[in-house]
Structures are given as C-alpha cells and as structure tokens.
Design a protein. Structure first.
Length: 173
C-alpha cells in the first residue's frame, strides 16, 4: 500500500462554500408578510418594517420604525394593520376588473386575454392560442386552440371568440 494513498483516504474533505456575489438577491422575506419587508438599520434610517402596495400604477408605501412603535413585534403589527387597511380600500371588484381588462406590454395579439404560446406536447413543441378570463370570484379559466388543428388564423379567431363569449357571459364588454 502506498503511503500517498493512505494519507488521502484519511483526509476528510469539507464541502466548498460558494462565494457570495455582491449582486446576489437578498434572502427571501418572512413567509406570510406579503407587501411587507424588513428594513435593516443604517446610518440613514432606523430599523423597522416597510409596507409597499402598488395598484393601477401607483405605489403607496409607509415605514414603521422599531424605535417609534416600541420594538419589532409592535412595529410589525402596525405594519400588518396598515397593509390590511390599504388592501381593503384599493382591492375592490372595480380594481379586479381593471386588472383583468388591462392590456399588458408583452401582449402580442392585441386582444386582452388572448395570447400565442409554444408548449411541449407529446415530446415536441407546438403552437397554441390561449384565451384567458377570470370569474368575479377570482377563478381563472383558459381555452386552448392548437395551430396544428385550426391553422394560425383559425386558432386565433377561435381564441378571440371564446374570450369574447366568456366576457359577454360575465356581463362585461
């Protein structure tokens, strides 16, 4: 037996730590604190919680310093109360309709709720046109039309018709 081999077998290798990039994303926020983030204390601001809610392109935010509210737990409770109040006032049925009917920038079809995708189907990529809509209770629906079955124009036309019919049934547009 070689002495070199025996030395190697006795060594225990420690797992290598990956270097932390200065551009790495921060750790995930605490679960259950949607729209609330922890602000670490620095020379410019005190430690605390920050609530940030964006609706219809406008952002509402407010900070809750630990020193002002008497500790982390009380500041967090105040931040949760404020968040719940803001969400209750701005997240109503009118906002839900606006959100569903708003045409987003990546929309290439020109019709709200209709989009073309390439999906994996039976180990190959196929093109589809999807029609999306949501009920008033928040349930999301989709109808899919394959380009291979209806052709490009036919699949898009069927998707547009499905979206239009669903909106008429819901009493919109």
């Amino acid at each position: 037996m070689n002495s070199r081999t025996s030395r190697r077998s006795k060594k225990t290798t420690l797992p290598r730590k990956r270097p932390v990039s200065p551009y790495a994303s921060p750790p995930r926020p605490i679960t259950g604190l949607q729209n609330i983030v922890r602000e670490t204390p620095s020379s410019k601001n005190a430690g605390g919680w920050k609530v940030s809610v964006q609706r219809r392109g406008r952002r509402k935010s407010k900070s809750f310093a630990d020193s002002k509210y008497g500790g982390k737990a009380k500041a967090l409770a105040a931040a949760k109360n404020y968040r719940d109040f803001v969400l209750a006032t701005v997240s109503n049925a009118a906002y839900q309709r606006w959100l569903r009917d708003n045409k987003h920038a990546p929309n290439t079809s020109g019709i709200i709720g209709v989009a073309r995708y390439r999906i994996h189907s039976h180990k190959k990529m196929v093109a589809v046109w999807d029609a999306f809509w949501g009920d008033i209770d928040g349930t999301r629906h989709r109808r899919r039309f394959y380009v291979s079955a209806y052709g490009e124009k036919g699949a898009k036309a069927r998707a547009c018709a499905a979206r239009r019919d669903a909106m008429k049934e819901l009493g919109r547009r």
